[in-house]
Design a protein around this ligand. Structure first.
Ligand code: GAR
Length: 188
């Protein structure tokens, strides 16, 4: 049984999918949910799954405090599921090739600082893209630039608002993210 830890900053619908998926499996389990946002919806979702939670400040993320807390949970895979702060180098170095992120677009397009949530989907529509999608990738020192693990596209030609694109992309995330995580765990 491998240990997954989740970082999330908001509603946590992906975190919820991942916790539900692995609650039925004997390959891995979610052992900790971490957030920088004390009001994040993900906290109630973690409580509902009896998963321990850890709320931290940006300073604690960057001064080694979060890394020390993580170590007590022996994570095999660290999953960023809607985590909006830059991820610190000390955690990436402590867990090489073990930190992954989901991005709501087809990287390398629409990535980088400030590209999250509706900002991404608005840019996709402004550029009249026919498709968008999801990217699951390893996390390295730069935003959204680590090696790509999985991508899936979806047509957005008929979408008029960024919210419509968001719904289509989120559905893809929910469909694929838990299974991609499981494959990574089984292959390592
Ligand atoms: C997801 O769409 C995820 O791809 C995106 O935030 C959303 C979180 O939704 N992440 C980024 O934009 C990272 N740059 P959720 O809280 O409902 O899982």
């Amino acid at each position: 049984m491998k240990n997954i830890v989740l970082f999330a900053s908001g509603g946590g619908s992906n975190a919820e999918q991942i916790m539900s998926y692995f609650s039925q499996k004997n390959t891995a389990k979610v052992v900790l949910v971490l957030t920088n946002n004390a009001n994040a919806g993900v906290l109630d979702k973690a409580k509902a799954h009896n998963v321990p939670i850890f709320v931290f400040t940006k300073e604690e993320l960057n001064n080694g405090f979060v890394l020390r807390h993580l170590q007590a949970f022996n994570p095999h895979l660290i999953v960023l599921a809607g985590f909006l702060l830059k991820f610190p180098a000390d955690i990436i170095e402590a867990y090489p090739h073990s930190v992954i992120n989901i991005h709501p677009a087809l990287l390398p397009k629409y990535g980088g600082k400030g590209m999250y949530g509706l900002h991404v989907h608005r840019a996709v529509l402004e550029n009249k893209e026919k498709e968008s999608g999801i990217t699951i990738h390893y996390v390295d020192d730069n935003y959204d630039e680590g090696n790509i693990i999985f991508q899936q596209a979806v047509a957005v030609e008929e979408c008029i608002t960024p919210e419509e694109v968001a719904l289509k992309v989120l559905a893809l995330e929910h469909e694929h993210f838990p299974a991609v995580i499981e494959q990574l765990i089984l292959n390592n």
